[in-house]
Write a protein that binds this ligand. Structure first.
Ligand SMILES: Cc1cc2nc3c(=O)[nH]c(=O)nc-3n(C[C@H](O)[C@H](O)[C@H](O)COP(=O)(O)O)c2cc1C
Length: 192
């Protein structure tokens, strides 16, 4: 089975996760690239008006892969708009797929809402859906501070906190994937 990681990331957390998954699955990856550069104002307008940003063509075609792993942040309990626009556009070329997010919080009902959105976009359920939340890395006092959570930039070593969740996700989509051998901090930087 061949996998493709398709990722979107605004501040880098989901790119970091995508790079880790691509290495673990030993598979290709490609970013979702927007035609216009994004700002915090764009984020706000996209969220409020549910806008669909214009995208460049993907560098690799999902139709050539058995399973697409989508990786993206959540905005307002939905897929970040560039990722929902991409999935909508590529719907016909997606065979099996899964979704994993490096999101901000564990909001009640959020995973269910995201699962529903994915089913509506693709017409089928994801093989796996996993949410890693930034708040799990923060002290209790900062977890309700939206500014701290949304501006938090994870380091490769931070991924250790999610090791079992990442392993579970990978096992669900490919039981043959090897377990991780080396802690993240011992590796050369994967987030240049
Ligand atoms: C405009 C905006 C809205 C957000 N809304 C949510 C949300 O509804 N739920 C959530 O869990 N995280 C939310 N977040 C937090 C991001 O998902 C989180 O910071 C993520 O790690 C950013 O990923 P990135 O660095 O790949 O862009 C929001 C962040 C921004 C900027």
């Amino acid at each position: 089975m061949n996998f493709l990681i398709v990722y979107f990331s605004y501040t880098g957390n989901n790119r970091l996760l995508a790079e880790e998954l691509s290495e673990r699955l030993d598979c290709d990856s490609c970013p979702v690239v927007e035609k216009k550069s994004r700002t915090d104002i764009t984020n706000l307008l996209d969220m409020v008006f549910r806008r669909e940003p214009k995208l460049e063509p993907l560098a690799l075609s999902p139709a050539n892969y058995d399973h697409i792993v989508f990786v993206a942040p959540l905005w307002n309990a939905h897929l970040a708009n560039p990722m929902s626009a991409l999935i909508k556009r590529e719907r016909a070329s997606i065979h099996d797929y899964s979704f994993i997010t490096f999101s901000g919080y564990h909001r009640p009902g959020q995973p269910e809402q995201v699962g529903k959105q994915l089913r509506e976009l693709t017409g089928k359920a994801p093989e796996a859906l996993t949410e890693l939340a930034v708040t799990d890395l923060l002290p209790e006092r900062d977890r309700k501070n939206v500014r701290i959570v949304s501006n938090f930039l994870a380091s490769p070593a931070d991924l250790n906190r999610y090791e079992s969740q990442i392993d579970d996700f990978l096992q669900q989509i490919n039981p043959a994937v090897p377990w991780r051998q080396v802690p993240f901090e011992d590796r050369p930087g994967i987030r240049s």
